[in-house]
Design a protein around this ligand. Structure first.
Ligand SMILES: Cc1cc2nc3c(=O)[nH]c(=O)nc-3n(C[C@H](O)[C@H](O)[C@H](O)COP(=O)(O)OP(=O)(O)OC[C@H]3O[C@@H](n4cnc5c(N)ncnc54)[C@H](O)[C@@H]3O)c2cc1C
Length: 297
């Protein structure tokens, strides 16, 4: 299938864009069409003009994505560097676009004397990805702060939805209607004058001691099962360092899988499946991937 797209989107459209350039694991085949909109109006116009049978996928900073080697058919919409407005609405409310990096929300909230937002500094993705995942770190969680979200659907129709319309759990968000994506959110914090950038640095330094930060990973591969930790189970199965191709289970944190440079998505997926099956055999616990595995092999 060749995706027909109006010519007037210029260089914001790229064909056969390698998604390995857009994921933190640095793997993934091409997006048939990759679109980086200028703004909301540009995005809505693009979606309105897209034939109804073309599949659409969204990507933020690709920090929770395993894109298979065959890539993603149809259109991939990237919010990297766009939809990135961040403003204070009142005493304690903040509005952020889906493309705003979570770390920027943490930094800006500290400047505004609002919190607790430090946890956002531990999430190397966009707000859109954090909303889709209910990302959390250091005891904080995205949806605890959401008042409402703005969405757009496949036909370019925009909506505002209250947080209570979503069913939210641990790394799980169920939308009231399928086929809507996040354009941004209004977030609520408390006044925390005196909150300091040093506190974020301390949290990040503590994390660096236990996690392989700086290596090519996707953060935690599996969610923690109730009452236990995926990392503990994987380590107790003797899998630290286990390798397939150029991918291995991290020696530092067993719930991280590292691409040492030349791994393919197939290696990472095979390793994920090996770990899942081995833990199930040894402990009778079925681990579920936190990372989203998408695309064609
Ligand atoms: C080193 C490292 C550490 C990490 N630590 C943590 C952590 O402590 N806690 C944690 O929760 N996560 C962590 N992660 C995982 C990841 O950063 C989060 O899941 C993050 O929220 C993903 O955001 P993203 O923009 O990269 O999303 P992507 O990986 O690009 O996408 C993830 C999912 O969100 C969807 N999505 C993206 N944007 C939108 C949108 N606008 N509307 C609708 N859906 C959208 C995508 O379609 C996909 O299904 C870590 C990752 C790394 C690499």
């Amino acid at each position: 299938m060749t995706v027909a797209v109006a010519a007037d989107f210029g260089t914001r459209i790229r064909r056969r864009e390698p998604l390995s350039r857009h994921t933190s694991w640095h793997v993934g085949g091409p997006a048939e069409v990759f679109f980086n909109p200028r703004d909301r109006a540009d995005l809505a116009a693009f979606l309105r003009g897209l034939p109804a049978d073309v599949p659409v996928y969204w990507i933020g900073l690709g920090s929770n994505l395993l894109v298979r080697d065959g890539g993603i058919p149809g259109v991939v919409i990237s919010t990297h560097g766009t939809l990135d407005d961040l403003e204070r609405l009142g005493e304690t409310r903040v509005r952020a676009g889906a493309g705003v990096a979570c770390a920027r929300i943490a930094r800006q909230c500290i400047k505004w004397g609002l919190g607790p937002a430090e946890f956002f500094a531990g999430i190397p993705g966009t707000l859109g990805g954090a909303l889709a995942m209910n990302a959390g770190a250091f005891g904080g969680e995205t949806w605890r702060h959401v008042l409402e979200v703005e969405t757009i659907d496949r036909r370019g129709v925009e909506r505002v939805r209250a947080a209570k319309e979503y069913r939210v759990g641990y790394r799980e968000v169920v939308a009231p209607a399928p086929g809507e994506w996040f354009l941004g959110a209004t977030l609520a914090f408390e006044q925390r004058p005196g909150a300091h950038a040093d506190e974020v640095q301390k949290l990040l330094a503590r994390r660096k001691e236990t996690q392989p930060i700086g290596e090519w990973s996707c953060g935690s591969v599996f969610t923690n099962p109730p009452g236990d930790h995926a990392a503990r189970l994987i380590e107790a199965t003797g899998l630290k360092g286990y390798r397939i191709g150029d991918a291995s289970v991290s020696q530092k944190h067993a719930n991280f899988i590292i691409n040492h440079g030349a791994a393919r998505a197939a290696d990472l997926e095979a390793l994920i499946e090996h770990v899942r099956a081995a833990v199930e055999r040894r402990h009778g616990v079925s681990l579920h991937p936190e990372v989203r595995i998408v695309g064609v092999p």
